[in-house]
Design a protein around this ligand. Structure first.
Ligand code: GLN
Length: 469
């Protein structure tokens, strides 16, 4: 019999302090659930049983010695976390879900990993994803596709597929992902959990296997906005190892909120259930006194095209280091999607095409950034769908890269302009698949997005739900 697994950080702490369970019991419960069900879901590439028990025993000792005080020093004490397998972890195999790295054991850990360790969290394993974080469905993993725990015939969203699926299946309390163009928000949305794509420059990328460096961000994922906020507090801020990181205090302009509805995000191709769900979210915010105004971001219609020029250009450069000399297997081990992006990227950067593609895309990126910052002169935040449709069936887009790329049509703007965006669950389709929405804010306005997310969940008396397996 598997014990009831707590669904939040506070619940975990309360259970530990009241001696309802020990940290070791929690590890037993999570591991039993993973052993019993992950065969169908495939959310983990590596399970770190030994590490989990070793750290759990120390945590139990701290709690029995210091009680509540232990949680002041270690705010995430006893919280079980799993990392997308693009975060390097000292002594634990890290693959980026690619056969190129199938035997790579790093000698150091990413900043996000170290900071979660230092906050008392317990790493239980490394999560499946699209290889090199290239994808929107989890199907590009060279370790097999991840399935959506809400319905195993459907994709969990990618590229942080395991990070969403493991939370929805209760295989961990917290997870990490990366978002270069939606890869935290989409799996959060498709798995019914909360995920933050932070401001570019808020969380260090040190020790994260690079995809497209001017767009990559590290994102916390959990079942509630409060927990994502606590993770963000634990991992954000300068570490001296990523020169883009700043520590900026966000000053809210107003006491009442105004949210923009960008018309370009609500046009043709948006699924009815997604649209109706968003309408109901807007009604709830209106009830809470939030004002809504129509806004326009005309150049964002080019966002996905711009992304598919800039991103492969950066991918082709970043993947050049996996030449078979330094990190394990040779370039023959790359899958089709990585090869496609290396070819696209070298093409748009080659002489004769650079001006026509790469330079032009960079100019449009500047326009998008400008429109986005102008909009935030008028509104505090912007609301949008995360994806045009609810989760789709496994295989539905796997052989059509262009259709797959369009899944991220609403995600690209936040990455191209460097602003934060949070994906928040807001119900289910009539077929029982998760629905959600995203809120974007100006650079470094994470605290505002957390406040807005919490307001909404409080009003609907939100309780995180777990997929029945
Ligand atoms: N789905 C997008 C892609 O395939 C984004 C991936 C990501 O955010 N890592 O490139």
């Amino acid at each position: 019999m598997i014990m009831d697994i707590p669904s939040t950080i506070n619940e975990t702490r309360d259970g530990l302090l009241s001696k309802k369970y020990r940290v070791v019991d929690l590890i037993n419960a999570y591991l039993a659930k993973i052993a019993r069900y992950d065969g169908q879901i495939n959310s983990f590439i590596t399970v770190c049983e030994e590490n989990a028990y070793k750290v759990a025993k120390k945590a139990d000792k701290l709690i029995s010695e210091f009680g509540e005080k232990a949680f002041q020093d270690y705010p995430l004490l006893g919280c079980v976390v799993a990392h997308k397998d693009v975060f390097v972890t000292e002594g634990i195999r890290t693959t980026a879900a690619s056969k190129v790295l199938d035997s790579y054991v790093p000698c150091y850990s990413a900043t996000a990993v170290t900071r979660l360790d230092n906050a008392g969290a317990i790493c239980i394993g490394k999560l499946n994803c699209d290889a090199w974080a290239h994808g929107s469905s989890g199907e590009n993993s060279q370790f097999g596709a991840t399935k959506n725990p809400w319905n195993l015939k459907y994709v969990p969203g990618g590229s942080s597929s395991g990070s969403g699926a493991a939370l929805a299946a209760d295989f961990c309390l917290l997870s990490t992902g990366t978002d270069t163009c939606g890869s935290v928000r989409l799996p959060s949305n498709y798995c019914g959990v909360v995920g933050l794509k932070p401001t570019y420059g808020a969380i260090s990328r040190y020790g994260v296997i690079a995809m497209a460096s001017s767009l990559d961000t590290v994102g916390p994922m959990a079942k509630t906005v409060e927990d994502v906020e606590m993770m963000f507090q634990a991992i954000s801020g300068p570490d001296g190892k990523d020169a883009t990181i700043a520590s900026v205090k966000y000053q809210s302009k107003n006491s009442s909120f105004k949210i923009g509805i960008p018309k370009e995000f609500f046009g043709e191709g948006l699924d009815d259930e997604v649209r109706n769900n968003l309408d109901s979210v807007i009604q709830i915010y209106k009830k809470l006194g939030v004002d809504f105004v129509d806004v326009s971001l005309p150049s964002t219609k080019y966002a996905i095209s711009v992304y598919y020029v800039i991103q492969p250009a950066e991918v082709s450069s970043n993947l050049a280091r996996y030449d078979g000399i330094r990190y394990g297997n040779s370039r023959d081990a790359f899958g089709d999607e990585a090869k496609r992006r290396i070819m696209l990227g070298t093409y748009v950067l080659s002489s004769g095409y650079y001006d026509a593609y790469y330079l032009k895309a960079m100019k449009v990126r500047t326009l998008i950034r400008k429109e986005v910052s102008d909009v935030f002169e008028k509104v505090d935040a912007v609301i949008a769908p995360v994806a045009p449709t609810p989760p789709f069936k496994i295989g539905a887009k796997a052989n059509d890269p262009l259709q797959m790329y369009l899944t991220d049509i609403y995600a690209a703007t936040a990455n191209l302009s460097g602003i934060p965006s949070i994906a928040i669950p807001s119900g289910f389709t009539k077929n029982g698949l998760p629905l959600g929405f995203q809120l974007m804010g100006p650079r470094f306005s994470e605290s505002l997005l957390f406040d807005l997310g919490k307001k909404y969940h409080k009003e609907i008396s939100y309780k995180p739900s777990v997929a029945k397996l």
